[in-house]
Design a protein around this ligand. Structure first.
Ligand SMILES: Cc1ncc(CO)c(N)n1
Length: 218
């Protein structure tokens, strides 16, 4: 099988032009250049922290429905990272950006945040490994794709640098490779379900970056 024939690659290609628009979005370019306005970064992170809870739910659903012990172990190890290192990044970043708990609470969800939470719940509630993998693969592969485009040297501010290195490091690359190979293995039998969830998740990733610039009604 060539790279182009892989099921995951066919899903990615079917999700154009949203995929490329997301991975080359102004948000990722300004983040990687270290020039992003602090209020835009803060607005993004307030929303993205709300992504973690349903994301863990979705990882749990993938863990519960996987047909292999080896896969469950990998998903469980990754859940540990998200619940640990990634969650403390948010806490340190909010502190550095001067975002108070009161300000976070007073900020409503954007439509992109609600949409993402809903699709993660939807995929989790199907109790289908293929469904859970479709949304997980978008969330992790799309982030690896933009983060791996970062020019060297990385920005000096940890708020920018760590958001890049969390999504481009050897362990994360391996995890994305694992998700893709699992989706290639179990997805083709559920082609329509996977393609629908994958495309909608990619559109939401794009909308999520747009929302940081206020380009939507929230
Ligand atoms: C919206 C969104 N998608 C993907 C990731 C990567 O897990 C994230 N942190 N936020």
């Amino acid at each position: 099988m060539t790279q182009e024939e892989r099921f995951s690659e066919r899903l990615r290609a079917a999700a154009e032009p949203d995929w490329t628009a997301a991975v080359t979005h102004r948000f990722t370019r300004e983040l990687m250049a270290g020039t992003i306005a602090p209020d835009i970064m803060a607005r993004y992170l307030v929303q993205d922290h709300r992504f973690l809870d349903p994301f863990l739910m979705l990882l749990g659903a993938a863990m519960a429905t996987s047909d292999r012990f080896e896969s469950r172990l990998r998903l469980a190890r990754f859940a540990g990272l998200v619940a640990g290192e990634e969650n403390t990044y948010f806490e340190r970043a909010f502190e550095a950006l001067g975002v108070s708990p009161a300000e976070r609470e007073a900020t409503p969800d954007t439509a992109a945040t609600s949409g993402f939470q809903a699709i993660m719940r939807e995929a989790a509630e199907r109790r289908s490994y293929a469904a859970a993998l479709s949304v997980l693969t978008v969330a992790e592969w799309l982030y690896l794709d933009w983060a791996s485009r970062a020019p060297q040297p990385l920005p000096g501010d940890f708020v920018h640098r760590e958001w890049i290195t969390l999504h481009d490091n050897p362990g994360f690359r391996d995890f994305v490779a694992f998700l893709r190979s699992e989706l290639d293995r179990v997805g083709p039998e559920h082609h329509a379900l996977c393609e629908d969830l994958f495309r909608r998740a990619v559109a939401l990733e794009r909308a999520f970056f747009e929302a940081a610039y206020g380009a939507e009604a929230s």
